[in-house]
Ligand binder design. Structure first.
Ligand code: PA5
Length: 435
């Protein structure tokens, strides 16, 4: 479902094959769950677990039952979480359901991913007279942003509903199976809980209840998401760089970093609905790889919007980056261009195309402009996506997680920890006088 096209990246197959031995070694370790002492590799066979593992099947049943009930009871689901505990769900809901989808049974909105008082105050105001439920998601159960948001929005729910029973039914907690403040609080209050498996870290958790429950409530066909992820799992079983699409992409970006002195990867999409997918991708690669003063800085642009801003820099600015372009063959919807008798606005020449056709032409033209010799000279890796539906989301999510684990391991950094994130937290807690 994803073709990795290197025609415009100036990378030959022979160059990729130089890394085959290293890739084979890492692949074997990944599959044997031996990549790092943390052993956070539970996501690798996650797509199969819902079929094979009784615990996962039970969780799947419960998620479906609770999601159907919530869909009947509320207009809005508030997802509270930050980083890996929220970006995957948001990426999926935006990509598959879009922005003005009248068929979505429930509006999904987000809190706990910011300390902005203005955003939070407006959200509190927005929800004041709405029927809403809360899905608070935190593996550690102690992260400050979601903890504050949960206190504020739970208070709003209590104030709005008054009945303890109704409040209880409107709160769903996704957290660790055994410990943490959130785990204990949920147990004490009798909230419905879903478990984030011990062997899966935040940014690799989109195919666990962290991502799947909000997707279910939003009306996404989650069985198809899992089918997509299973397909990616099957395609990524081989260690062969030229056959495994995730490894082909991972090795290409590593090659551009190592051999061509590129220090930034710009992920470019032509679909506004993929903007949050790009945010999820940035978090996945940024937190997994940015260690020991190494790695590509992951950035993103949405074209054609950003062709009218960053397009100038990409074409003629300093050449410290390469682009990875997502090109979607079949959109979720298309729009014909109507013909005007008097061609007043002079765009009748476009009526033989649909809006998506024009978007694809813009993509083709931009790749040529950016990557062309003596033009932009920016290598372009092109990822051809078949669609933008639920199956594609599952495939793409797994594809990038697998690519990221390989790519970070090639850099010899641990893909599953994030020690650098603690530094600002320590400073902030000191300033706030936390005991
Ligand atoms: O990928 C990660 O591990 C992080 O981005 C976490 O998901 C994020 O910091 C939130 O952590 P928690 O789920 O413990 O609240």
């Amino acid at each position: 479902m994803i073709q990795v096209d290197l025609k415009n990246a100036q990378i030959k197959d022979e160059e990729l094959l130089k890394y085959q031995e290293q890739v084979t070694l890492i692949h074997q370790k990944l599959d044997a769950n031996l990549i790092h002492e943390d052993e956070f590799c539970g996501w690798i066979d996650m797509p199969l677990k819902y079929e094979r593992d009784l615990n996962y099947q039970a969780a799947w049943q419960t998620m479906n039952t609770v999601a159907s009930r919530i869909q009947k009871e509320v207009d809005v689901l508030l997802v509270i979480g930050i980083g890996g505990s929220y970006l995957g769900a948001r990426a999926a809901v935006d990509m598959v359901q879009g922005f003005y989808n009248k068929k979505s049974p429930v509006e999904v909105i987000y809190a706990g991913n910011t300390l902005s008082s203005t955003y939070t105050a407006q959200l509190l105001d927005y929800l004041e007279n709405k029927e809403f439920a809360i899905n608070v998601i935190s593996k550690s159960g102690t992260t400050t942003e979601p903890a504050i948001a949960f206190r504020l929005f739970r208070n709003l729910l209590i104030k709005q509903k008054k009945s303890k029973e109704v409040v209880k039914n409107r709160i769903i907690v996704t957290t660790d199976s055994a410990e943490g403040i959130l785990h204990d609080l949920a147990k004490e209050e009798g909230y419905q809980t879903f478990v984030i498996p011990n062997d899966i870290g935040g940014r690799y958790s989109v195919l666990t209840p962290v991502g799947l429950f909000p997707m279910l409530v939003s009306g996404i066909d989650v069985e198809k998401v899992l089918i997509g992820a299973q397909k990616a799992y099957q395609e990524c079983k081989t260690d062969k760089i030229l056959v495994n699409p995730a490894y082909k992409y991972a090795v290409s970006r590593y090659h551009l970093y190592q051999e061509k002195n590129k220090s930034i990867e710009v992920l470019a999409t032509y679909e506004l609905q993929l903007q949050m997918f790009c945010e999820w991708w940035k978090q996945l690669f940024g937190e997994s790889e940015g260690k020991d003063n190494k790695a590509l800085f992951p950035a993103s642009v949405v074209f054609t919007t950003d062709l009218h801003s960053m397009g100038q820099f990409i074409q003629e600015g300093s050449k410290i980056f390469f682009e990875t372009v997502i090109s979607v063959k079949k959109p979720n919807h298309d729009v014909p261009i109507p013909e005007l008798e008097d061609d007043e606005d002079k765009i009748n020449y476009l009526t033989k195309y649909s809006l998506h056709d024009i978007n694809l032409k813009a993509c083709e033209a931009t790749i040529a402009a950016h990557s062309g010799y003596q033009l932009g000279n920016v290598p372009n890796i092109v990822l051809q996506w078949e669609t933008m539906d639920s199956e594609m989301f599952g495939f793409a999510a797994y594809f990038f997680m697998r690519a990221c684990a390989m790519s970070a391991s090639l850099l010899q950094v641990n893909p599953f920890n994030q020690p650098g994130v603690e530094v600002y937290k320590k400073n902030m807690f000191e300033l706030l006088g936390k005991k």
